[in-house]
Design a protein around this ligand. Sequence first.
Ligand code: COA
Length: 235
Amino acid sequence: MNQPLIWLEYQHLDHWPAEESALSDSERERAARLLYAEDRARFVAGRHWVRQRLGERLGCRPAAVPLTTTGARGKPVIDHAHPSISTRVPSFNLTHTGPHALLALSLDGVALGVDLEYARAFARAAPIAARHFNAAEAAAVDALTAGPAREAVFFRTWTRKEAYLKLTGLGLPGGLANVETGTEAAARVLSVPPEHGLATAWVTTLALPSDLPSGLVAALAAPTAVTVRWRQPQP
Ligand SMILES: CC(C)(COP(=O)(O)OP(=O)(O)OC[C@H]1O[C@@H](n2cnc3c(N)ncnc32)[C@H](O)[C@@H]1OP(=O)(O)O)[C@@H](O)C(=O)NCCC(=O)NCCS
């Protein structure tokens, strides 16, 4: 059986034009509420970039991409009901950490969740895992000596959990401990609670292209196993 194809693209947000005119009024208002110029520029660049990529698929200008949100926690999606939508509606999910951003895109409208983090020095890895991971995952983190090896497993596990919670649209209030996404890098079919609204779910740690900055770790979640293809950075 053919697996759905998911396109992934990395973008350094400081290298993408922060064009406010490409955003909606509510996006511009949100940008204006951000305290620091750097955060404002990255938010605007991120939304502009996503709109550019979606616009290429829909055949419209970035500003004309009809974005809306779904669910109680505001997952951004394309508005299927918008009068301008007559073609297949792509689905997407965005993640960013500092200037680094990752976009996951499905031309077939497969629901997605993606998360990107820096695996950095993090003294509280074990206590946070004990509090927010499930028992088996917390024990795996605790069994490692404090330092880079433990942090690598911690951030790998965190990104898998957050990608899953972004797939559901629940975000962090969905509870990181509620689903065992695993501490390993391999793909896994998940056992999901009925209240999460998905019949099936799947997560994998992403093998990032070698030209991306080192230390980044990312995971992708979808309802079923998918095939991943990286899109080369483009203007
Ligand atoms: C979704 C959530 C996990 C993202 O956390 P984050 O640290 O910003 O992580 P990421 O960088 O991976 O993702 C950000 C992107 O996820 C997308 N996103 C936002 N809400 C989402 C949701 N409920 N589900 C899936 N994706 C979502 C957006 O595209 C966002 O990009 P933006 O900054 O351009 O809006 C987090 O915001 C959350 O739990 N939200 C729900 C709870 C809530 O409403 N909190 C209020 C804000 S604290």
